[in-house]
Design a protein around this ligand. Structure first.
Ligand SMILES: Nc1ncnc2c1ncn2[C@@H]1O[C@H](COP(=O)(O)OP(=O)(O)OP(=O)(O)O)[C@@H](O)[C@H]1O
Ligand SMILES: [Mg+2]
Length: 262
C-alpha cells in the first residue's frame, strides 16, 4: 500500500509563496488504478512528484508497504506528458536505460526491452531514434520504459494529454492491457473525465488551489467499460458536477489574482 498522510506543500520563490497542497491524506492499495482529477494549478503534478520523490513535501509523510520513503526508489517509475526520451539513444536503448542504470547486463536488458516493445507494438522500431516516431509512438516507448524496470508503482502525469483522440484511446486500451497483465499500482493524472472513468478503480477529485481532496469516487464497474451506456453517462455527469464546482472556483481565484496584480 502507498499511504500519504497530512501532506502539505508550499513553494517559496523570490517573487512569491504558493501553497500547492494542504492536508492530503490518501491510501492506495497494491494494484489499484487511481486517477487524480482537478482544475489546472490545483497541485496534481506536485502530488505526483512528491510521490515519485522528485521534490520534497513541506510536511507530512509518505509510506510504501508501511515504510516511510523520502527520495526516489526503484519501486516507482514516472511517465511524463512530454515523453522525456533521450534523443541520442535508440528506442531499444531508451527502454533499457533504467535497467542499465541498475546494472543489468546487455543481453538481459535487450530481452526485457524487446518484450516490452512487443507489448506496445513497437518491436519493429527498436533500432530507430525518437525523432522518427509520432507522438503516440513516443508515448508508447515511455510506457515500455517505465514498465521495463518492473516498478510496483507507476506514476503518470497526463501521459496522453498531447495526443489526438484516436491515438489516445488506443493507448488507454494498451495501458489497461499491460496493467491487467502485470498489476502495477497506477496513479494517473488527467484532465479528461472520460479517461478517468474509463481507466480507474477510484477517482480522486481535488479542489482548486490550494489542493485538497474534495471527493473520492469509486468505480466498481467491470472493464472494458462501454462509455456509451447510460450507466457510464451517469458516471460522467456525477464527476462533471463535482469537478465543475472546483473549476469555477479556480477561475474565480485566477480572476482575483489578476485584479490584485492590477
Ligand atoms: N517549481 C515551482 N515553484 C513555484 N510554484 C510552483 C512550482 N511548481 C508548481 N507551482 C505552483 O503550485 C501550484 C500547483 O502546481 P501543479 O503544477 O502541481 O498543478 P497541476 O494541478 O499539475 O496543474 P495542471 O493541471 O495545469 O498541470 C500552482 O499554483 C503552480 O503555479
Ligand atoms: Mg500538472
Amino acid at each position: 500500500m502507498l499511504r500519504v498522510e497530512g501532506l502539505h506543500k508550499r513553494y517559496v520563490t523570490d517573487e512569491a509563496e504558493v501553497t500547492a497542497l494542504t492536508d492530503i491524506r490518501l491510501d492506495i492499495a497494491d494494484g489499484e488504478f487511481v486517477s487524480l482529477l482537478g482544475p489546472s494549478g490545483c497541485g496534481k503534478s506536485t502530488l505526483l512528484k512528491i510521490m515519485a520523490g522528485l521534490i520534497p513535501a513541506s510536511s507530512g509523510s509518505m509510506a510504501i508497504q508501511g515504510k516511510e520513503v523520502r527520495g526516489p526508489g526503484p519501486e516507482r517509475a514516472m511517465v511524463f506528458q512530454d515523453y522525456a526520451l533521450f534523443p541520442w539513444m535508440t528506442v531499444l536503448d531508451n527502454v533499457g536505460f533504467g535497467l542499465e542504470a541498475r546494472g543489468v547486463g546487455k543481453a538481459k536488458r535487450t530481452g526485457t526491452a524487446m518484450e516490452l516493445l512487443h507489448a506496445v507494438g513497437l518491436q519493429e522500431f527498436a533500432g530507430r531514434f525518437p525523432h522518427h516516431l509520432s507522438g503516440g509512438m513516443k508515448q508508447r516507448v515511455s510506457i515500455a520504459r517505465a514498465f521495463a524496470v518492473d516498478p510496483a508503482i507507476l506514476l503518470m502525469d497526463e501521459p496522453f494529454g498531447a495526443l489526438d483522440a484516436q491515438t489516445r484511446q488506443g493507448l488507454q486500451d494498451e495501458l489497461l492491457r499491460i496493467w491487467t497483465a502485470r498489476r502495477k499500482t497506477v496513479v494517473f493524472v488527467t484532465h479528461s473525465i472520460e479517461e478517468a472513468i474509463y481507466l480507474s478503480d477510484r477517482i480522486v477529485v481535488m479542489t482548486a488551489r490550494p489542493g485538497r481532496i474534495k471527493t473520492i469516487i469509486t468505480l466498481p464497474e467491470p472493464r472494458p467499460r462501454d462509455m456509451a451506456t447510460s450507466e457510464m453517462s451517469a458516471r460522467q455527469r456525477e464527476v462533471r458536477a463535482v469537478l465543475g464546482e472546483e473549476i469555477s472556483r479556480a477561475a474565480a481565484l485566477e480572476q482575483a489574482d489578476m485584479m490584485a496584480a492590477g
